[in-house]
Design a protein around this ligand. Structure first.
Ligand code: NAP
Length: 527
């Protein structure tokens, strides 16, 4: 669909700063800003979240399919800007849709995962085929990383879920959440082989939810935590354990890595808790952040600032956090600032140390300091918390090929391949689970769309095997195996209850942190 900027654009660039995928140009820093009549949305990169439309002070931004006749010309004008300026476009080649081939009747498809990749695959499947789609998620709440990964102080990115909610209630869709794919059938799991038996195709959009390890001594000391666990904890993911941070510690955390996840974590740790209290951050995290009060975060980059992995927009946003100072040390050889004692409690700051790598996490029973190396010398940084944020990896699903080294499901253009490199018919993998954990929602959207197009091509060329089972057979299997399946109505009940709790506190929502509470609200008591 994509949003489109129309004639009344005032170029105040409010939309540019709220766009979670930076797809509005020219930005105030770019050539052409000020001389261009209007700003333009890149239709291929737009994730349809609507944040720009909400931020627009002059009501100039609309979904493409809601434009009046006189404004339709702006679809071409927005897209044309990126054709004329390929250097600032997202760089994706034009997607050329083939004529929709004649698909066999009654296609049955499963999408595993309700994050952005699963959502965009579902949308493409509904737009391009007449398949019946069963959407599966291991949690009772949809959203994948939109709910579990996006930082609580970035609420506009979550708006993409509004689009997916419309799809989840489509009559061609059956929602089956609180259902895990794996080999533990005694605990209600459904195996990949069973999915293959009941569906023409299965799209695995399961993301990459585990952090890579640093491989340094002391990495498993209490007080040292993976970014994936910390993020899941502050985003209220059931079962996610939080860090232990002493109340009388140094007031300092060290985060390794300079990607956007590291920046999200630094921001959340250092922001005044009263600011976070307006978000949907988990109460358990807010409570701990209030009581232990980390007020300095040191971010370690192994290369220089010009090679930092964060995006410019996220870096700039750090300087807008009330009362937080940003310090950058970017010398390969110069002495590091002395961080061997506790952080100064009178200020909040984020200190970037580039050209610096962690050597070991040190402490008796828990983390007390981190030894780092820079310019051939070692230094000690006193710290209560060490977060490794050096990239994610997917989690193996027994019964599916998995590349342990790279931490993803091996595939050829989204088609799952086995160890010998042969395509597993009817199995596809989307987004981070297949591409690896880089790029945001926009990149995964494109991957999902392209992979569904390949499935359509496979169907048209008879490269899939039709299931021998009856259409109702999967529902029967599922309900026999797992008596706590949550459908669309149950999901909505959970959603409404969370939003109502949020409304009472002036927050977007108060998230449940226990599956049993979610199931009780959805009308399905836990076994
Ligand atoms: P990332 O962008 O790949 O960054 C990983 C960081 O870890 C890099 O700084 C990398 O340094 C460093 N690193 C890797 N191995 C290391 C090692 N052994 N020792 C020290 N440092 C090491 O990963 P991410 O932050 O997890 O983000 C994943 C994706 O999600 C990114 O595309 C990101 O933009 C996206 N994301 C976007 C947003 C947003 O738009 N707001 C928010 C969160 C995530 P080198 O560069 O030297 O390898």
């Amino acid at each position: 669909m994509a949003f489109v900027i129309t004639q009344s654009c005032c170029s105040d660039a409010g939309c540019v700063s709220v766009c979670p995928v930076n797809c509005i140009h020219p930005t105030p820093e770019e050539r052409g800003f000020g001389s261009s009549d209007i700003l333009h949305i890149d239709p291929e990169a737009c994730i349809d979240c609507g944040a720009c439309a909400d931020a627009c002070p002059v009501n100039a931004i609309f979904p493409a399919d809601r434009l009046g006749a006189k404004d339709k010309v702006f679809i071409e004008i927005n897209a044309g800007y990126y054709k004329d300026n390929p250097d600032i476009s997202s760089g994706w080649s034009d997607v050329v849709y083939p004529e929709i081939p004649r698909l066999p009747a009654g296609l049955r498809v499963a999408v595993v995962g309700t994050g952005p990749s699963g959502g965009y695959a579902l949308r493409t499947l509904l737009n391009r085929t007449r398949a019946h789609v069963t959407v599966i998620d291991k949690l009772p709440t949809p959203g994948g990383l939109v709910r579990a990964g996006v930082a609580p102080d970035h609420p506009s990115t979550r708006d993409v879920m509004r689009t997916f909610d419309l799809l989840h209630r489509d009559p061609h869709v059956t929602m089956a959440t609180n259902v895990e794919i794996g080999d533990d059938v005694d605990h209600g799991q459904i195996t990949p082989a069973e999915l293959a038996e009941h569906f023409d195709a299965v799209f695995y959009a399961v993301g990459a939810s585990q952090s890579r390890r640093l491989g340094i001594a002391g990495e498993d000391l209490p007080g040292s935590i993976a970014a994936s666990d910390l993020v899941a904890w502050y985003n209220a993911v059931p079962g996610a354990d939080g860090p232990s941070i002493p109340n009388d510690g140094t007031g300092r955390a060290v985060v390794v890595g300079t990607g956007n996840v590291a920046l999200d974590i630094a921001r959340i740790l250092v922001s005044p808790p009263d600011l976070l209290a307006r978000t949907d951050i988990a109460d358990r995290a807010l409570g701990l952040l209030r009581s232990q009060n980390v007020h300095e975060v040191v971010v370690l980059g192994r290369r220089g600032q010009r090679d930092a992995a964060y995006t410019e927009a996220e870096y700039r946003a750090l300087s807008t956090i009330e009362g937080v100072e940003i310090v950058v040390h970017d010398e390969a050889d110069g002495p590091l600032p002395d961080l061997s004692g506790p952080a100064d409690p009178s200020r909040r700051r984020i200190v970037f140390l580039f050209h610096t790598t962690p050597q070991s996490a040190v402490g008796e029973d828990r983390l007390e300091s981190v030894t780092v190396a820079t310019g051939g010398r070692e230094h000690r940084i006193a710290a209560d918390l060490l977060v490794r944020s050096i990239g994610y990896r997917a989690v193996r699903i027994p019964g599916l090929p998995f590349d342990e080294e790279r931490g993803h499901f091996p595939n050829a253009d989204g088609r799952v391949v086995d160890e010998a490199g042969n395509v597993v018919p009817g199995a596809y993998v989307l987004g981070w689970a297949g591409r690896g954990p880089s790029g945001g929602i926009g990149a995964n959207k494109q991957h999902a769309i392209e992979t569904v197009e390949r499935f359509i091509d496979d169907v048209a060329n008879e490269r899939i095997r039709r299931p021998a089972t009856e259409p109702e057979a999967f529902d029967e299997l599922l309900r026999k195996r797992n008596r706590k399946v949550v459908g669309y109505r149950g999901m909505r009940k959970i959603d409404r209850r969370e939003q109502a709790a949020g409304e009472r506190e002036g927050r977007p929502r108060v998230k449940f942190t226990e599956i049993s509470d979610m199931l009780a609200v959805a009308g399905r008591r836990r076994r």
